[in-house]
Design a binder for this molecule. Sequence first.
Ligand SMILES: Cc1ncc(COP(=O)(O)O)c(C=O)c1O
Length: 390
Amino acid sequence: MKNNHDYKTKKGNIQEVIPVFKPLIEKEELDACARVFKIGWLGMGSFVNEFEEKVKKFVNAKDRYVVAVNTGYSALHLALISAGVKAGDEVITPSFNNIADFQAILAVGAEPVFCDIDIDTLCIDLEKAQKLISKKTKAIIVMDYDCVLCDHDSIKKFASKNRIRVIHDAAHAFGSKYKGKMIGSFSDICVFSFDPVKTITSTDGGIIIVKKKKEYEMLHELRLIGMKQSASLMYKNQRAWTYDVEHQGFRYHMGNLHAAIGLAQLAKIMKISDTRRNTCRFYNEYLSKIKGIVVPKTDFKDISPFLYYIRVLDEKRETLREYLKERGIDRVYNLRPGHWLTLFKNCRKGDLSITDRIGKEILSLPLHSKMKMIDQKRVVDIILSFYKKK
Ligand SMILES: Cc1ncc(COP(=O)(O)O)c(C=O)c1O
């Protein structure tokens, strides 16, 4: 074997494994890191400010405030604090969501309440969410599951009817549009992640977008272990030594190195999205013809895809996953519903029949920026051959 990205075929040939995720790290990202090292200010500084400004412009959040933090998890944690969620409150979330959302709810002392998803969008089912509203409900977390978005107009109505806050987890939807509006430009509170496997990465990072200046100012304190001081000096790569602390805070700020990588990635997001969209369309075209597979219901027109998933029917997912793995299609990733996990199994929940079904059917296929056609074909051919054999 040359390295651990290679595998041996049954005929003894060495072939490269196609991973599910692969970040696009090129000269631009390396140059960006070199610039930060040259300046020598590695903590929160001018690159972070520039990243916030450029994200704000890109998602068209003109009337909003953008705050960069070190992960999507910390963005969610601070978003919940901003929304006023406290110990004893309940937060409705799809059980089909990332563990970061559930842990962030616990981190503010609240309880997740698990809701089912819609079978077509794999996003929260609002009719079922309505049945879960209680006196303790303070907020709802909605998550755009990859390439099909939530019904955000109905979510807005749902929230105002029930007088609760909305945290929009858009970790999968950076660069996508909902009814012509950029994701990040319209939600109550919107959160992004730029972790190593996201559509664009800052190696690790997150963004919170809020409407109110007061919430924005509080986020600045919270992300900087509670230090109350203007960010303006840090944004010039300097440090203010006069500060007060009035609230509990967290060491969640983003550093220059991460922001510089994020900026380099943001500059080529159109290229990144285009190539990923083309791969998704190729998959949809060929895999939709297979009877035992359900593909995402979208033409990807306004979507900047993070994942490509299929639903594998008739309890064949594990055998298909193994079949792919034996042929060098590796590291297939799936969400595990929250109510399946030990820590959360006793949380309040509604009917989760769709989540239980999707949790067993969902399978992600390799999707990279600049994925080669030969690799796309290899994935499709292996899946076609699996179904031909049956
Ligand atoms: C939907 C969703 N929310 C939140 C997160 C957490 O983001 P991070 O890994 O940056 O903490 C992820 C990460 O995969 C995610 O997929």
